[in-house]
Each structure stands twice: as C-alpha cells, then as structure tokens.
Design a binder for this molecule. Sequence first.
Ligand code: NIG
Ligand code: FE
Length: 402
Amino acid sequence: VRPGDPARPAARNSGSLLVDNIGELVTNDARPGDPLGLRRDAAVLVEDGEVAWVGPARDAPAADRRLDAQGAAVLPGFVDSHAHLVFAGDRAAEFAARMAGEPYTGGGIRTTVGATRAATDGQLRATVGRLRAEAMRQGTTTIEIKSGYGLTVADEARSLRIAAEFSEDTTFLGAHVVPAEYAHRPDDYVGMVCGPMLAAAAPYARWIDVFCERGAFDVDHARAILACGQAAGLGVRLHANQLGPGPGVRLGVELGAASVDHCTHLSDADVDALAGSTTVATLLPGAEFSTRSPYPDARRLLDAGVTVALATDCNPGSSYTSSMPFCVALAVREMRMTPAEAVWAATAGGAAALRRTDVGRLARGARADLMILDAPSHLHLAYRPGVPLIRQVLHNGAPQCP
Ligand code: NIG
Ligand code: FE
C-alpha cells in the first residue's frame, strides 16, 4: 500500500484493510453462466467491519494495512444456517452402534436432553464456544444456533440465552421431541410449548423450528406451534422429511417458512411446492453421512429451480461435524452438485435460508466476513476433502486467530 499516493483515492478513515493479490474472488454476484461471480486479480477493501470496495487489484484504493492473499482464492465466509450447539455429553456409542447396523430413529435425542438438563450454564457456554470457534477455523462466519435439548421452560430459555451470546440467528426448538415426562400427554406438551415456554424463549430467539416427523411432532401439532411462534414475532423454519416422506415440507411452504431443512424424502408435489415458493431447501449431508442414509437429491431440487442451502446440522446425535468444507465435499461427491453450486449453497444459500442480505456475498456494504484458502480456487474445497484449506478468516473485518 502506498498511503500518500495521489493517484489512488484515499481510504476514508483509519483502520482500513486491503486484501489484495487475490487469485480468485468469489463474490456471489451472479452473472449468466457464473453463479459465483468469480473475479481474477481482485482486491477487497474492508472498513469499519464492512466491505467498502471490490474491484481489480490495479485500481485498489489506499489502505492503512494490507493482507496479501498470495494468489489464493478468497470466498465469503460460510453461512451455516442449521446447527444444534447447545447440549451436553456426546453419543459416540450410538454412532458406533449405527455403523454396526442400528438404524437412526431420533430416539437418542432424549439422552442428550438428560445430559443437557444436568449441565451447568458454564458447561453449556463452554461447549457452544468451543464449537463456534471450531466452525470459525473452518470458515464459518455466520451460524444459526437452535435450542431443543432442554425441553423445559427454564432449560429452553437458558439454552437460547446462551446461544444468543454467540449468534444473532437463534432458533427456539422446544418442539424437538416430546420429553419423557410428557410421553403420554403430547397435547399438554404442545400447549406448554405454545404458552409459557414460547413466552420465556421468544426474547432470545429470532426463529421457531419444529421437528415434524413420525415419532416427533405431527403436522397438526407442528402447524399450531409454528403459528404461535409467528404470532410472537418469530420467523418460521422446520425440520421436515428427514426420516421418511410426509407433509412437513408443504406445511413449511404454506406458512412461508424461510427454510425447510433435511428434505431427504420428497414427493413431486413437495418439489413443485418448493419451486413455486420463496422457501429455501436446506440440505444437511452430514446427517446422512453419520446415519448412513441415502442422501437427498439435490440435483432434482436444483433442476426444478429450488433455492438450495447446505448446512452442517452440527449436533451430538445425527451429525457431529462443524465443518462446512466437509458438507461441500459431500454435496459434490454424493449429491451431484457442481462445486460452484455447493459453494454458493454454503454461502449465499445459507444467507437466503436465514433471510439475510448482509452475509454470504462480497460486495460493497456486505459484512466483511471472508476466508482466504490455502488453494488457488474454490474447486479445491471439494477436490481436496478432509484437508485444512482455510488459511485465514476475517469476521466483521477482524482477522481471527488461526
Ligand atoms: O437435525 N432431526 C432432528 N434433530 C437433529 C438430530 C438430533 C439428535 O439426534 O440429537 C437433526 O438431525
Ligand atoms: Fe437439525
């Protein structure tokens, strides 16, 4: 940088940072045939935590500091729009049993509920912080965090209070399963979720979610709970069609959900409903990996014109990974997404699933959330699976510790 160079416009104020020598920049500013809005030999100016300028390196404005990308690829930070980080314990033995042939039923959720209720606030906070940091090291700069392992008024409220310390996108999932103490009176549990539990949770939540599935909540209970959440000002998202076909996806579309998540078992009517809506289909291939289940058919959704997001579903039961690069690689290898589609889905797609326009793209005015790869191209995220390719992450313009 040449701060006093009169040929360059001066950076507006101190603290500006120029990321330059970028070999390939993913902007997500789509052009025909170029969904990622790729630019070569680009630079990005960061000021006050935002992207202030994007353009060819030769036209870059002066800045106070410079970050040399050394010809590598630079992408928007990943937007992980589906994660269950507030829990205690793990279920490694359940995973091992599945790998020996046991099916996944969601029944283990109650094991985690017991451990979560028994944990202190400090223990829960430490787990969320550890997983948040783990995700950040892998390029995730935005992460949605759900409750759903407390399932009492107090435990759901504290789960969300802790989640809100780490994320703007917190989701009330009091309707994850019916807890054991309500097993014989599910209607009473639904009444409690819609009443005192929602009242205690809503101040800390942006979204409401329901696990709409055989063995969890049926469509009538899900509709009632989501309607209460909407009336309390929360946005709607839901877990749907994960373990089998069902009405969840169409319920989400009917209610104008921002996203329906899993979408593993879809009918033609489900795909048509999604295609005619603004609801994003969020695919969670870490869950199919960890439950050894068939992957969702991303190609069918994309070819129908559905907006697809990718997320980790990070949780101790069905998908204990915080790695968006792993999900991108799975989506490309196992779900017939192109590398460009998968990278878009993991960044701009996640932003769409959270109805956010400030993240998931690199353009003037966006939040300065980006990652520099140890690779020349976004293709390497799927081409080099399992390799730590994230060299540096900026979050709100601030370099994160590697
Ligand atoms: O998204 N499907 C429901 N909830 C989680 C799994 C939770 C668990 O098994 O603990 C999911 O896969
Ligand atoms: Fe989930």
